[in-house]
Write a protein that binds this ligand. Structure first.
Ligand code: CP
Length: 313
């Protein structure tokens, strides 16, 4: 959820997860994101502010879109690279945060490989500092959830109650799936389906309210949107999937399979895409793919979040 700081009342302090975020707040963020998708920049919003991208894991889309978002709102942006920083001398993430905070930086966009690491850093931060979770472990990637909802709204309208949405792939290791599912439930999605091999399904409450299937052809019938997930090879224990070839045969989205979905169905993928594994080139680059639209919307969604957390400071 977005935690609240007592002074001023109702100001947002951190964005750590979409779980528990009220529908009105989620929709207000989406409205602002659409505003920034239309106007592209307003350099007065964060003029005089400095933000830092504090990434302990690699990223292309999230880090660069946050940089652009902050710049388009008028902020200075510092980019912390763990591989060339004093963390290589043993400095902790907490001390790194407090050190950069001491330079007057008040916004931190943090990615970390461990579940809960961003929340722990938020506890260590001062009361005037805002942290945005840019992905922690397999727990949450809230701004990906927001940009995915923005992309779906643009394609399908604001009423999610008439939509059938299918999530395919490695839900077990996916922070994107968790944030998407929180957001899809909050906006009242009509039907949620999940399709994956048993070994890639989570054993917690992530799938509450979803129809679960291991048969992609059946799961695709009539859906309005297919949200593909990257096979998280770097987090997988050996043996969860027989082979990439087998995975593609059983769970890869091909043009022939996509014809089972609604004629105007759209395809999303958070990237980076394992082409030929979870999706063919033909589908990834085809007319129904919104993959690059998602990337563009990432800037607008992140502008909305930066404004909400830092705009009034
Ligand atoms: N979707 C996403 O988080 O991509 P990056 O890892 O490139 O930021």
């Amino acid at each position: 959820m977005i935690s609240r700081h007592a002074d001023p009342p109702h100001a947002l302090q951190h964005l750590l997860t979409l779980e528990g975020l009220p529908r009105a707040q989620l929709e207000a963020l989406l409205e602002r994101a659409q505003h920034y998708a239309d106007v592209r920049e307003d350099r007065s919003v964060l003029a005089g502010s400095a933000v830092c991208t504090l990434f302990f894991e690699p990223s292309t889309r999230t880090r660069m879109s946050f940089q652009l978002a902050a710049q388009r709102l008028g902020a200075e942006v510092l980019n912390f690279d763990a591989s060339t920083s004093s963390t290589s001398k043993g400095e902790s993430a907490r001390d790194t945060l407090r050190t950069i905070e001491a330079m007057g930086v008040r916004g931190f966009i943090v990615r970390h490989q461990h579940d809960g690491a961003v929340a722990a850093l938020a506890e260590a931060a001062g009361p005037a500092t805002a942290l945005i979770n840019a992905g922690d472990g397999r727990s949450a990637h809230p701004t990906q959830g927001l940009l995915d909802m923005l992309t779906l709204r643009q394609a399908k309208g604001e009423d999610f109650s008439c939509l059938k949405v299918l999530i395919v792939g490695d839900v077990r290791h996916s922070r994107v799936a968790r944030s998407d599912l929180h957001a899809l439930r909050t906006v009242g999605t009509g039907e949620l389906r999940v399709c994956a091999p048993q070994a890639l399904l989570p054993e917690d409450a992530t799938l509450e309210g979803c129809t679960v299937s291991h048969d992609l052809d059946a799961a695709l019938e009539g859906v309005d949107a297919v949200m593909l997930l990257r096979l998280q090879r770097e987090r997988m224990q050996e043996g969860l999937v027989g082979s990439l070839h087998d995975y593609h045969r059983d769970y890869g989205l091909t043009s022939a399979r996509l014809r089972r979905a609604a004629a105007d169905a759209v395809v999303l993928h958070p990237g980076p895409v394992n082409r030929g594994v979870e999706v063919t080139d033909e589908v990834a680059d085809g007319a129904q793919s919104l993959i690059l639209r998602q990337v563009g919307n990432g800037v607008a969604a992140r502008m909305a979040v930066l404004e909400a957390l830092l705009g009034s400071r």
